[in-house]
Design a binder for this molecule. Structure first.
Ligand code: ADE
Length: 521
């Protein structure tokens, strides 16, 4: 065992010595120590004079010295077998030793000595006890071939593998801690915080709030503020790129569009993560909210109107306010659904998740030509058929179809309807279940032209009846007949004014609906 440790120690020191070549700047003025070099494993015939040469030791850091060493062994008959000779790292045991002399008890076969001074390792000896006198070596003794046993070689290899493994594990661990502690892009300070305590770190990932098609959304703490961090794995980098492109468009700061804070890239080429930092909304998505809550009519109309306002803003091309100010282009969402609508604390809706969105710059062709994207359940008939027209209006109408389904989800959970409120169900859940295939959706939506069921009693409420008409006009099979986001917003605002139980509500409703229909034409 001692012998193995000695071999490992000498080999590691020698490797470390070689490693210092790279990090210590060489000083050409500093005289270099010369040592005799010999490596048995690189030498077929140990008596070959070419096997032995002079090694110039690399200069060491200030105050450090270079030494020479010999590692040899001796069998029972006293035959000496040199394994390694060469330069050795600074070591106090070698200071001021002009001769390479090993002392102490016999460590099985392997013996090590080191010394200081040019070629001081040409000769070496081993001082044991006064009674035993090891032979002075010949410059290149006869070497029996079996100086390292297979077991010794295996142990050395195993130790190197272990060191390599520990190095990799430490690196991965370091990367993981670093990923969660790096400063946000928006923080100009180049220094990490002085304290390692968690609460002083700039961004702390607190808990997972949602898992989406692309990565995971975390609730996080940034200084004293709660923010949301969407973490994209490397394979979803394109969505991260698309999403930040959308957020960075001119005029995207809007109360009904999720507020963008910044982006960060973590890691290196081996392990990368892409972060998107946005406002955090404790209530989460509309879908999650509807699963756990019912809605009063005023709540429903607020959510519907603010959601439509967000969609209207996204769809709209808005010229710059001053000359030279860039315009906001038309953007189609392409994955509109209740999961991608977030609710602020006052139930104002804001639209999120622009990973599939597409920008329509005036006069430029849209980059994407693959039309069948989004969530199957919310796909318009023309998307399911694979028959979409690649012009901006066609993409906006696809969003409006999905908006109609979200309005149905809202109404289905509204307490203004008569009778008990059913459990939350996704659109088409009754017809195609929880995990429909594309074929299921095609059969229902395209061939049978089925839409989610509108209960008769929903139409008994002055506001809900308008919402039912509105959703039907959003999910029209004929894409060109669908309402625009601005029409839906106008209708939701008008409908919110209806007071349930008012005697004149139906007259008002009819009058208003006629007006609204005129606006939509
Ligand atoms: N789920 C997805 N995005 C979110 C956000 N920004 N805030 C809260 N929950 C979310």
């Amino acid at each position: 065992m001692m012998r193995i440790l000695l071999i490992i120690f000498v080999t590691c020191s020698w490797i470390m010595y070689q490693g210092t070549y790279a990090v210590v700047a060489s000083n050409p003025m500093q005289p270099r120590t010369k040592c005799e070099f010999y490596n048995q494993s690189m030498c077929e015939n140990p008596n070959d004079p070419n096997c032995k040469y002079v090694e110039e030791c690399e200069p060491q850091e200030d105050g450090k010295r270079s030494h020479c060493f010999v590692l040899w062994s001796e069998n029972e008959k006293g035959v000496i077998n040199v394994s390694l000779k060469g330069c050795f790292l600074d070591n106090e045991d070698c200071y001021d030793k002009s001769d390479c002399v090993a002392k102490g008890p016999k460590l099985e076969k392997h013996i090590f000595c080191c010394c200081e001074g040019n070629m001081c390792n040409q000769n070496f000896k081993w001082l044991l006890s006064p009674t035993e006198s090891p032979p002075m070596s010949s410059p290149m003794p006869a070497i029996p071939p079996d100086s390292l046993t297979i077991l010794e070689v295996a142990v050395i290899i195993a130790v190197f593998f272990m060191l390599f493994f520990i190095l990799i594990v430490s690196y991965v661990w370091y990367r993981k801690t670093k990923v969660f502690n790096e400063l946000p892009t928006s923080d100009p300070s180049p220094l990490p915080p002085p304290s390692p305590y968690l609460d002083l770190r700039p961004i702390q990932l607190v808990e997972i709030k949602a898992k989406g098609r692309f990565g995971v959304v975390w609730k996080a703490q940034f200084k004293t503020e709660e923010i949301a961090v969407k973490v994209f794995p490397v394979q979803d980098k394109q969505s991260w790129v698309t999403e930040q492109e959308i957020f960075k468009l001119p005029n995207m700061n809007h109360p009904n569009i999720l507020h963008y804070i910044g982006v960060e890239k973590h890691g290196d080429n081996l392990h990368s993560e892409f972060w998107l930092l946005t406002a955090y909304h404790e209530r989460g998505s509309l879908c999650d909210f509807l699963k756990a809550h019912t809605l009063t009519w005023p709540q429903l109309s607020k959510i519907a109107s603010t959601m439509a306002r967000g969609l209207m803003h996204l769809h709209e091309a808005i010229p710059g306010k001053t000359p030279g100010e860039p315009m906001k282009p038309t953007v189609a969402h392409r994955d509109f659904k209740s999961k991608n609508v977030l609710l602020k604390s006052d139930l104002t809706a804001c639209i999120a998740d622009f990973g599939l969105a597409i920008i329509f710059e005036a006069g430029k062709a849209c980059g994407d030509t693959h039309g069948q994207v989004g969530t199957r359940r919310y796909m318009a008939p023309e998307v399911l058929e694979g028959a979409i027209n690649f012009n901006p209006d066609a993409f906006l109408r696809i969003d409006m179809y999905a908006c109609g389904l979200v309005l149905w989800e809202l109404v289905s959970r509204c307490t203004a309807q008569e009778g008990p409120i059913p459990e939350y169900r996704l659109p088409f859940e009754e017809e195609v279940g929880q995990h429909p295939t594309l074929e299921d959706m095609q059969e229902s939506v395209v061939q049978k032209k089925i839409r989610p069921t509108i209960q008769d009693h929903w139409r008994h409420h002055p506001g809900l009846v308008g919402m039912c008409d509105t959703m039907e006009e959003c999910w029209d099979h004929d894409a060109e007949a669908r309402l625009s986001a601005s029409c839906v917003m106008e209708r939701a605002i008008q409908l919110s004014k209806f007071q349930p139980n008012s005697i004149s509500w139906r007259i008002e409703n009819d009058k208003n609906m006629t007006q609204l229909k005129e606006i939509s034409m």
